[in-house]
Design a protein around this ligand. Structure first.
Ligand SMILES: Cc1cc2nc3c(=O)[nH]c(=O)nc-3n(C[C@H](O)[C@H](O)[C@H](O)COP(=O)(O)O)c2cc1C
Length: 213
């Protein structure tokens, strides 16, 4: 597989049509919140078709990145796959269909995905599929500012050590790290880190979304 600046990235459940197809969800256990599950036996054939189409269009050497999250848009209590076994049933066919990289969207990279293991979502995706995975979520932020109740906090995020992230990366839990908000506040963040210009790095604040400075 060749890596360059272009990849085909498909965003899973956030695309309404693909979300419906992927989620293919049923309300179980009396329709409880958080009791949605991926009915891969129903959704997989339609989804596989989309993946195979993508692979045909981009050719054999072009990386396909699949970005997805466990929640449903605006509902962080939903878990698409509530157990490792369900995650395996969900990711297996997608991986077999030719996805190269799983971009596992979470709000806080340090949170375990399932009880009984410290692995986060990217960690589980790698363990299950053996594919390259990318983690994301509050990298460099001490406080996440993503509130479950949707409250728009104006408190700044503080600055967090990257050591816990690097430990996981070096342990091989995942391969790549996505960074969002730190780059909104500090567009030069990777260069600042590389060059040791740590004193220049500013904490993220939601107020930074309101200006184009
Ligand atoms: C203003 C803003 C807009 C975003 N828009 C999208 C989006 O359209 N699609 C998406 O998949 N994620 C979106 N995200 C989520 C980011 O891609 C990323 O997963 C998230 O910010 C977590 O990374 P971070 O904690 O480093 O910011 C957005 C995030 C922010 C702050």
């Amino acid at each position: 597989m060749k890596w360059d600046s272009t990849t085909a990235a498909r965003n899973g459940p956030r695309f309404p049509a693909m979300g419906k197809c992927l989620l293919g969800v049923s309300r179980r256990r009396g329709g409880d919140r958080g009791a949605l599950s991926a009915q891969s036996e129903h959704s997989a054939p339609r989804f596989l078709g989309k993946r195979q189409q993508t692979r045909r269009r981009v050719g054999p050497d072009f990386p396909i990145v699949f970005r997805w999250s466990q929640w449903k848009q605006q509902d962080y209590h939903t878990k698409l796959c509530p157990t490792p076994a369900e995650l395996e049933r969900f990711l297996g066919p997608i991986s077999d269909a030719g996805v190269d990289v799983f971009d596992c969207s979470t709000r806080r990279f340090w949170e375990p995905e399932f009880q009984g293991s410290s692995l986060n979502l990217a960690g589980w995706a790698k363990k299950i599929t053996g594919k390259t995975t990318m983690t994301v979520g509050s990298v460099g932020l001490e406080r996440s500012n993503w509130n479950d109740d949707g409250e728009f906090s104006l408190t700044d995020s503080g600055l967090a050590s990257l050591d816990p992230l690097i430990e996981r990366l070096e342990a091989g839990e995942f391969d790549l790290v996505g960074v969002g908000r730190m780059l909104i506040t500090n567009p030069q963040w990777p260069n600042q880190l590389r060059e040791g210009r740590l004193e220049e790095i500013r904490p993220y604040s939601n107020t930074h979304l309101m200006t184009l400075e």
